[in-house]
Design a binder for this molecule. Structure first.
Ligand code: NAD
Length: 368
């Protein structure tokens, strides 16, 4: 039996922020980072929240949010006692809000409504049951999956993403691609998640380059924002895999931005997973659907074309697709490669990969 549930109500496109005007007489608590707190994007949110509500801000969010941020957030939420929490920002802000709500509830701090408003097109956190919190002591990023942290409402306003610089646009867009590709071959994939993943991949291949070249191209931003949410819905139900299991370690140990970490591994993981006949056939199907091979092509040919296409796409964004291409000293990588490979084996996302992987397999993929 397969189950497919969408718990989050999604408002998308121009004017979607106007839904906030339906809030009345509420204490609203907005969780975001310092950068967004000081900008025009926040004004777009607060302008839509009526004056009969009381609004407070929590702006301590940093990339790859650590446990300490969640703890500080719980203390602040307990002081403010909001009815409505708005997670506003990239995945780091949305995940922090989720962590604060999850652990805050355990301590008896209940909220009525959780609204997620993403400002990057990447993580899909606005529709997932996942949040990723880092422990700076162990240098491990811990993904937590729990049905109670699905946002109630997601608002997808593409204008909020226009200020994202090109490199972050590329990294986060490749995160979308990785979510969709991992969900597509994951052990939990169904016809429902496949439909979402196929659409997300097609949209990324069509629109990421355009959003990278011109961040103010409304259609490209719109499509990438929707693709991010589609991919989030796919992986939240189907699962992720080896790519994320390793990427979490590259983030935890080497502080490589999440989307870039995923991108560096993506082609290597596709090649690895293609050893599995079913996964290979699915990559081949996707390659044909995206027009990268024709319907008579062999599966091997289709997968090779998919990998080549992804490599070329990344080169447009100056991403070479190996860890060694980054400016990280080799001794630093060698120092932590054993810890990363072992920790990847214990990452919860590995369980849904179509093939089991050994420490040696993981080391090979990290080396590229
Ligand atoms: P991020 O939230 O860390 O943001 C990256 C940078 O972009 C930050 O400096 C931020 O200030 C900036 N930024 C955000 N919006 C902007 C805007 N509109 N204009 C200009 N700058 C902007 O990056 P991310 O990739 O969105 O999130 C990554 C985090 O999400 C990681 O911790 C990752 O592990 C996690 N994640 C969570 C899920 C999930 O389902 N919960 C899925 C994938 C990744």
């Amino acid at each position: 039996m397969a189950i497919f549930t969408v718990k989050t109500r999604i408002y998308s496109g121009a004017d979607s922020l106007s839904w906030l005007q339906t809030l009345h007489d509420k204490k609203v608590w907005i969780v975001c980072d310092g950068f967004l707190a000081g900008g025009e994007n926040l004004k777009m949110i607060t302008d839509n929240i009526g004056a009969d509500n009381e609004t407070a801000l929590f702006t301590d969010i940093i990339p790859d949010p650590p446990i300490a941020t969640v703890v500080a957030g719980i203390t602040e939420m307990s002081r403010v006692q909001p009815q409505v929490v708005i997670g506003f920002g990239g995945g780091s802000a949305l995940d922090s809000a989720k962590g604060i709500i999850f652990f805050g509830r355990k301590l008896g701090i209940a909220i009525e409504t959780f609204i997620a408003i993403p400002t990057t097109s990447g993580t899909g956190s606005e529709v997932t049951s996942a949040c990723v919190i880092s422990d700076p002591l162990t240098k491990v990023k811990y993904p937590l999956f729990d049905d109670s942290i699905y946002p109630d409402i997601a608002i997808l306003e593409p204008r909020l993403v226009m200020s994202v610089p090109p490199a972050v646009t590329a990294n986060t867009g490749l995160d979308v691609l990785t979510h969709a590709l991992e969900a597509y071959v994951a052990v939990g994939a169904t016809d429902f998640t496949d439909a979402l993943a196929e659409k997300a991949v097609q949209m990324v291949l069509l629109y990421l380059g355009k959003a990278y070249q011109n961040g103010h191209q409304q259609e490209a931003r719109d499509k990438m924002h929707n693709a991010s949410t589609l991919a989030g819905m796919a992986f939240s139900q189907a699962g992720l895999g080896l790519n994320h299991a390793i990427a979490h370690q590259l983030g935890g140990q080497l502080h490589i931005p999440h989307g870039l970490a995923n991108a560096l591994l993506l082609c290597h993981v596709i090649r690895f997973n293609s050893r599995d006949k079913t996964a290979r056939a699915k990559y081949a199907r996707l390659s044909k659907l995206c027009g990268l091979a024709n319907f008579q092509s062999t599966d091997d040919y289709c997968v090779a074309n998919l990998i080549n296409h992804l490599r070329n796409l990344m080169l447009q964004f100056n991403i070479a697709g190996t860890l060694s291409s980054l400016n990280i000293e080799r001794p630093r990588v060698l120092e932590v490669i054993d810890a990363m490979s072992t920790a990847a084996l214990h990452d919860v996302t590995l369980a849904s990969n179509p093939l089991p992987a050994s420490v040696a397999d993981i080391r090979g993929i990290i080396h590229g």
